[in-house]
Design a protein around this ligand. Structure first.
Ligand code: CU
Length: 532
């Protein structure tokens, strides 16, 4: 069956933590409405753009097999949806589990244009009494995204640091100490936090989603063990932990046993820890680097404030990598080929282009052309592209291994690939020696953290592998909004001959470009970053 949604994006003022700022709402809601479907359903979303600039929505982690034009990335698969126009996405719920959707137009999603997307399916690997649904976690800024991108994209001579986040929200809520609010911003104290109900003895599934712009989240519930049951869209053999690391774009599903007393009230936390300027993993400004929610047991006084403490250690907060990837063992094993058709090394650097410090992949910093989607070019038979499109044409390869080196000292990179569930073969520092973690059944997910380089001369690496079973043009990029703005992005062109021969691209794709072109003919597009 088809699940229909009708979304309207609009500019507005929002104050999820009590501090008023300009932002973007979908159907007047923050976070945006949750999309729900069953595995195998179709999802159809009509998007009306009432913003004063372009937009597009991306359905994070879905494969978009046979519908690559609906992946939602402007300049890659579509032109932006022009202001005043509508565009209808239609795609299969081809995987099951927990994900999210968000604007893929510049850093627009950090203004609030994101929501959860839940696809129900079997969960043979996990038993629980109740599904408590999405727990959306994000860093939050008291400035709208254009101002943040202005700072990120300032000339190198301005010597500006990256933006620092003001708060952490759990399901769109958190309080903020108004005494710290930027002068001139209206602030209402005690905005309130999210609340969850536990019944002693029961077990609950929580679907954790990091929908943030920059921050790596460290999620925990005081006094409770978290049983990890899925990484991104991949059910795994369950394991226990006291804290879950979530890079931007990552999801982790956990089962929690309510082992507390019926009268308990405990904190749920998502911590950023110390600033990256002093060895931490994220860039909070230090005022409110921990987002909290309250878990009330069945007989708790729901007016009470918890007094519980966290077991998360300083070392855990300072560990800026994926949780031990050897524990991410897919419940349904797949052995990737030991001899892929193509092995591609990618080298990430952070350097000056003469005026600006940007990210480069193989010495090329990405820049989008919103008017010229690569997929439509590929359909027309084009196989070479302007260098700033960063297109890697993998031809007819059926399996592709990416050996990605990070030479930059600008923090870790949550690397996201569209259109694939990616085998994670190895992560480390130095030069990869060819060894693979759990080679008969390595972890799979769609976002993996590439650590910071060990030193100016010793890089870090991550080794990823995909089956090229999905003809299309697939983004592979860092999910930190500021880093993709700075060009840390490549396009993977997969099986172009099949795109050209076999795909019928709907007319709406060309029409959207015609509409966008008409709009840009009499409006200036403020393109100060890479575009994505
Ligand atoms: Cu990055």
């Amino acid at each position: 069956m088809t699940r229909y949604y009708d979304f309207t994006l609009q500019n507005t003022t929002l104050a999820p933590d009590g501090v008023e700022r300009p932002g973007i709402l979908v159907n007047g809601q923050f976070p945006a409405p949750t999309i729900e479907a069953n595995w195998g359903d179709w999802i159809q979303v009509k998007v009306t753009n009432n913003l004063d600039e372009g937009t597009s929505l991306h359905w994070h982690g879905l494969l978009q097999k046979a519908t690559p034009w609906f992946d939602g990335v402007p300049s890659v698969q579509q032109c932006p949806i022009a202001p005043g126009a509508s565009f209808t996405y239609r795609f299969r719920a081809d995987l099951y589990g927990t994900t999210w959707y968000h604007s893929h137009y510049s850093a627009q999603y950090s203004d609030g244009a994101f929501g959860a997307l839940i696809i129900y399916g079997p969960h043979d690997n996990a038993q629980y009494d109740e599904d408590l649904g999405p727990v959306i976690i994000n860093d939050w800024f008291h400035r709208e995204y254009h101002a943040l991108i202005d700072q990120v994209m300032a000339p190198a001579s301005a010597k500006l640091p990256p933006p620092q986040s003001q708060n952490v929200l759990i399901n769109g809520k958190m309080s903020y100490p108004c005494a710290n609010a930027t002068a001139g911003l209206k602030c209402t104290p005690n905005a309130g936090v999210s609340k969850f109900k536990f019944q002693s003895g029961k077990s609950y599934r929580l679907r954790l989603i990091n929908s943030g712009a920059e921050a790596m989240q460290k999620f925990s519930i005081d006094g409770h063990t978290l049983t990890v049951i899925a990484h991104d869209f991949v059910p795994i053999v369950p394991y226990d932990t006291n804290v879950v690391t979530l890079g931007v774009g990552q999801r982790t599903d956990v089962v929690v046993h309510a082992t507390g007393k019926p009268t308990d009230a405990v904190w749920m936390r998502s911590e950023l820890g110390p600033s990256a300027f002093v060895g931490g993993c994220s860039l909070p400004d230090g005022v409110s680097p921990t987002g909290v929610a309250v878990v009330y047991y069945e007989q708790a006084n729901t007016a009470s404030v918890p007094t519980t403490t966290s077991s998360v250690t300083k070392d855990q907060l300072l560990y800026c990598q994926d949780d031990d990837i050897s524990k991410s063992v897919p419940y349904f094993p797949i052995t990737p080929t030991a001899n892929p058709d193509t092995v591609q090394q990618l080298d990430i650097t952070y350097q000056s282009n003469g005026t600006h410090n940007l990210f480069f992949v193989d010495n090329s910093s990405f820049h989008a052309d919103f008017n010229d989607p690569v997929l439509l070019d590929a359909k027309a038979g084009q196989t070479t592209f302007p260098s700033q499109y960063n297109v890697f044409n993998f031809g007819a390869s059926r399996s592709i291994r990416l050996v990605v080196y990070n030479h930059a000292l600008t923090g870790s990179h949550p690397m996201h690939m569209h259109g694939h569930n990616v085998h994670v073969l190895a992560v480390g520092t130095g030069t990869w020696d060819g060894s693979i973690v759990n080679p008969t059944n390595p972890g799979r997910r769609d976002v993996s953290i590439l650590p910071v380089a060990a030193s100016p001369t010793v890089p870090s690496y991550i080794v990823l592998q995909i089956e090229a079973d999905n003809p299309g043009v697939w983004p592979f990029h860092c999910h930190i909004a500021w880093h993709i703005s700075g060009g840390l992005y490549v396009n993977l062109l997969e099986r172009p001959a099949d795109i050209q021969k076999e795909m019928q691209i709907p007319d709406i794709m060309a029409q959207t470009c015609t509409d966008w072109s008409a709009w840009t003919n009499n409006h200036v597009v403020e393109a100060i970053d890479s575009g994505l």
